[in-house]
Design a protein around this ligand. Structure first.
Ligand SMILES: Cc1cc2nc3c(=O)[nH]c(=O)nc-3n(C[C@H](O)[C@H](O)[C@H](O)COP(=O)(O)O)c2cc1C
Length: 202
């Protein structure tokens, strides 16, 4: 597939541009179109990356959910700057954002948590994400204990679980083109939440 990306077709707001590309990625065979590699830095300035899922997209930013005691959350507590990157091989596209995160409200996290499948809810209670665990058996026995604890009724959102919203200050969109002359545009936020758009060398 040979697609192009032209300045004239770019939405003036990168979040709206992301929505357009996500819509197309969701119609493709990509099994995880909302998967994004999230980069954070630790207290020593060393980067770390992992994949998370984009769960909400609004003009204020991009939301993902995680364990607030995980490595990524501790890194974001220390330094709220992060970068993220989508790659959609079906359309030969990637896109990225840089910005600062803030935790969403407890009510927002609870509202989303209540929509999750029950086994995901149990998993959020079971996993002390990013901490060492002796063996698989320990995890499974913790899971059984959580299942018994919440055997009836709704499972509440764990206090250590919730969302982060990334407010982008920079974004970029990349479209593969033949001969390595790819189309590439960068959005930079200007005062007043307007965006400067520049074509970059590939
Ligand atoms: C496709 C995919 C989606 C994932 N989605 C999430 C997610 O939304 N939230 C999350 O905390 N971890 C998610 N994970 C697991 C993370 O990649 C990671 O292993 C975990 O969050 C621990 O990261 P940390 O120790 O750097 O904090 C996902 C993994 C994959 C492969």
């Amino acid at each position: 597939m040979v697609l192009e990306l032209n300045r004239s077709e770019l939405h003036p707001d990168p979040i709206e541009q992301l929505k357009r590309w996500l819509r197309i990625a969701k119609e493709s065979v990509n099994p995880e179109p909302t998967a994004m590699t999230l980069a954070t830095v630790d207290a020593e300035g060393r980067p770390a990356t992992r994949v998370v899922l984009l769960k909400e997209i609004a003009s204020e930013g991009l939301v993902f959910f995680t364990n607030y005691e995980s490595d990524k959350a501790r890194q974001l507590d220390h330094n709220p700057w992060c970068a993220l990157n989508f790659f959609w091989p079906e359309t030969d596209r990637q896109a990225g954002f840089r910005g600062r995160v803030a935790k969403i409200t407890r009510a927002e996290s609870e509202a989303y948590f209540s929509t999750r499948p029950r086994d995901h809810q149990i998993g959020a209670w079971t996993s002390a994400q990013s901490r060492p665990v002796a063996d698989r058996a320990e995890l499974e026995s913790r899971q059984s204990a959580i299942e018994q604890r919440f055997a009836s009724g709704e499972i509440p959102c764990p206090p250590h679980w919730g969302g982060f919203r990334i407010a982008p200050e920079e974004a970029w969109f990349w479209q593969r083109r033949p001969g390595r002359l790819h189309d590439r545009f960068r959005y930079t936020m200007l005062p007043g939440r307007t965006w400067r758009i520049e074509r970059l060398n590939p």
